[in-house]
Design a protein around this ligand. Sequence first.
Ligand code: MG
Length: 275
Amino acid sequence: MDSTQIDFTKYQPILDKYKVFIWDFDYTLLKIHAYSEGITQAQVESLNWNKLSKSHFSDPIFFRDFVSYLLKHQKNIAIISFGTYNVIKAYLDRLFGGEPIFGLHNIYTPLEGNRRYDATLRPSSNKNQYIIDLVRSLENVKYSDVIMFDDSKNILDVAEKDLGINTVLVQQGIGFTRNTIDNLLNTLSPQKIFLKKDQKEEKKKILIEGFTTQEKPSENLNNDNLNDIDDDIDDDSYDFVNGINKAFYVSDQTMIYINILVVLLLIVWFWNYYN
Ligand SMILES: [Mg+2]
């Protein structure tokens, strides 16, 4: 099986902030809804990997490598789903090659074995009780240490509001991917945001004070991500406006003479017009 070849150390800010990582299953780790589609354990076990990885999983190799990285750093991982346990387990066994990374200890669902919903069992409207059970089973973990990925806004909103966990909504049909984590990382990098603001100020200053077209300040930084500050400042309009101001700049004294001259010309014009 492939590997992402990603340098996971860049995700350190995420590891610094959270101790527990929770994923929903259908529409989150999968881009499809296996329960609604009636997919069985036997089907998952017999499908070829190519089909599973491309048509069922959202971003399996990234998820697998990210989970390994989290475990290496003593993070807690869990799946909280309303899907059938054996089906979820079969998918994860295919992905992790049977390694006991996910199992009864960290897959939470009301559907044990191959059970499905019926008149006697309905899914709950939220996942709060599972989150409470999970956090209580761990030592030194607060709800604010938890982050949960799910495609259901309602489930996330209730968990965030009632328990105070952190949540990330994923899009149905796309699910949890490398982009999800990269976007999360961007929201956790105040240093970069600070630098961006600084660079904007500096750039403004150079353009106003010197009316120069010096090289872009962002190029002095070894950070490609800062290049997008160019989108925020339109160099040409800055230079143009300041150029006009400079070209037509006159002192206050000169302005007074010009005003007197204009008034005199108006008086002469009126005099001629009415005589
Ligand atoms: Mg879901």
